[in-house]
Design a protein around this ligand. Structure first.
Ligand SMILES: *Cc1c(COP(=O)(O)O)cnc(C)c1O
Length: 236
């Protein structure tokens, strides 16, 4: 199937999952994950009307997106991958939503970047629901205090929470945990669900599903293990 056929089938599956859950299809936003996908393969998806895209790498996005955006007004660009503090300013300049806020040092860097650029992207706090040592995200027990700090101390526009469940476990308990934590903190956005599990995520309240391979096919160049970048602020 082409990416356009994939996109149409996916949009239908998302709408159906929403209806099955008693939700409005419009309450779920598809973030089309175009990391590692070259601009000429993103182009037809833009022409089909998709406007919300997710990327993992600041440098790759800075190379691809300014021209795509220029040609297709109304794009919304989301950063999904781990973010090093030394790239915070480039990220704030480029992205409309950052899903991977997971530590105070990054919150501080984003606050500085906001002051410098005059931009204020929405941010989502990533929660390490499986408490996996190799994965980014704040532990579930620290979500409330971290969200509060991001809002009050750093002045960030915290819109919601994001998680990437452990690959070897059922995702639903992790989605349920994220939903409860978001409700407790008065956060409207829930970024959860990927190609393999977006239906369960929608059932459990996802407002943003992040889907790549189900649209663009298997990635030629695989990303570094998702969320597995070191938490330290090292330069790549
Ligand atoms: C790559 C990626 C996705 C998309 O995964 P697919 O399995 O290709 O749908 C979603 N979220 C994050 C954080 C990713 O890194």
């Amino acid at each position: 199937m082409t990416s356009l056929e994939n996109l149409a089938a996916l949009q239908e599956a998302i709408a159906q999952a929403a209806l099955d859950a008693g939700r409005e299809p419009s309450s779920v936003t598809l973030v089309a994950v175009s990391k590692t996908v070259p601009a000429d393969r993103i182009e037809p998806v833009l022409q089909a009307g998709q406007r919300v895209f997710g990327e993992n790498y600041v440098q790759e996005s800075a190379a691809k997106w300014p021209a795509l955006r220029e040609a297709h007004p109304g794009c919304e660009l989301h950063l999904l991958g781990p973010l090093q503090s030394n790239k915070a300013q480039a990220a704030v300049a480029l992205f409309d939503v950052i899903h991977s806020l997971d530590r105070p040092s990054l919150a501080a860097a984003l606050a500085t970047a906001q002051a410098k650029t005059g931009r204020r992207p929405r941010v989502l706090c990533q929660v390490n629901t499986g408490e996996e040592p190799q994965k980014g995200g704040v532990p579930p027990s620290e979500v409330d205090s971290f969200v509060l700090r991001c809002r009050t101390e750093f002045g960030l526009d915290v819109a919601g929470l994001m998680c990437i469940p452990p690959a070897d476990q059922a995702a639903s308990p992790h989605f349920a945990l994220l939903k409860v934590a978001a409700e407790r903190n008065g956060l409207p956005w829930l970024s959860m669900g990927m190609s393999a599990d977006f239906r369960e995520a929608i059932q459990l309240g996802a407002t943003h599903v992040r889907v790549g391979t189900a649209i663009f096919g298997a990635r030629l160049r695989e990303a570094p293990a998702e969320g597995a970048a070191p938490r330290a602020d090292v330069t790549a």
